[in-house]
Design a protein around this ligand. Sequence first.
Ligand SMILES: [Zn+2]
Length: 350
Amino acid sequence: MTGARDLSTLPKAHLHLHFTGSMSLPTLHELAAERGVRLPDALKGGWPPKLSGADERGWFRFQRLYDAARACVRGEDDLRRLVREAARADAAEGSRWLELQVDPTSYAGPLGGISPALEVILDEARAASAATGTGVGIIVAASRIRHPLDARILARLAARYAGQGPGEVLAFGLSNDERRGDTDDFAPAFAIARRAGLARVPHAGELLGPESVTQTLDALAPDRLGHGVRSVEDRDVLARIVDEGVALEVCPRSNIALGVYADASQVPLHALVDAGATIALGADDPLLFGSRLVDQYELAREQGFSDEGLADLARSSVHASLAPAPVKTAILTQIDQWLATTPDPPVPVR
Ligand SMILES: [Zn+2]
């Protein structure tokens, strides 16, 4: 064993983190108390929340808890707090570049519309980037459970704030239950995003298999896929992902919590990497899945990835990111420096 470098100091990019799901449990408890919101039992205890029992799994349950958490996030101060805390938490885990995904529709009411809600988030993303040194860009994501015309409205909004740096909209996404809605219906929204120069990063290949990946590739011309892990179930689909250079935002602990995979050993990290796929490990929703970014790298280490392999995963996250070229170069240099440090000696096995 040569490993055992500290994974929280491994520089990396974090490309799959949802706004509400990034919240810490103490923050949720504070907001709920202030607003008089009654939280479901699963969110009342300590972190990590106890979601791992068989009856706690599944999308419906997840969505109910997510909605309860979202109901606690209301005005400008809350939006700013979540961005700030997400950036700080990421910085503490070695993330040098964070792409935070948000559907501003959920927070539009108290702010007077989706534009002011997004502007507050972008403004705080700029401030948090400066304060933490971790660049924070925003992905505007539409929801599959709303009308495709809503997705077009969000794509036009995202286009207005499109840019390539911290505090700008980097990409357009599509989230929520993959089994809902028709992917083809969202093509016009993604065309708006493409014309605006935004990257396209829809979810697919998580709750559904390779046929959903194919449909998404055909209809939405994505640059990356949220999850996409189930591409691995069809050799041709996986080959297409690799050939077209579509990166996968892989969130192992999320997959296990939602029952996509039974346990850590089943998440196909080696199969994806061996096939030549570009993958970026992400936490998805730490609030609900009880794991943050470093935990995903720890899982890879459990699967047998050496420190060299883990550094490659971090490099892969940087390549897949939408960070400006000089930022990418700087993080890649920092990864080389991490690997050049001497690892802690292995713990003797008795
Ligand atoms: Zn997600």
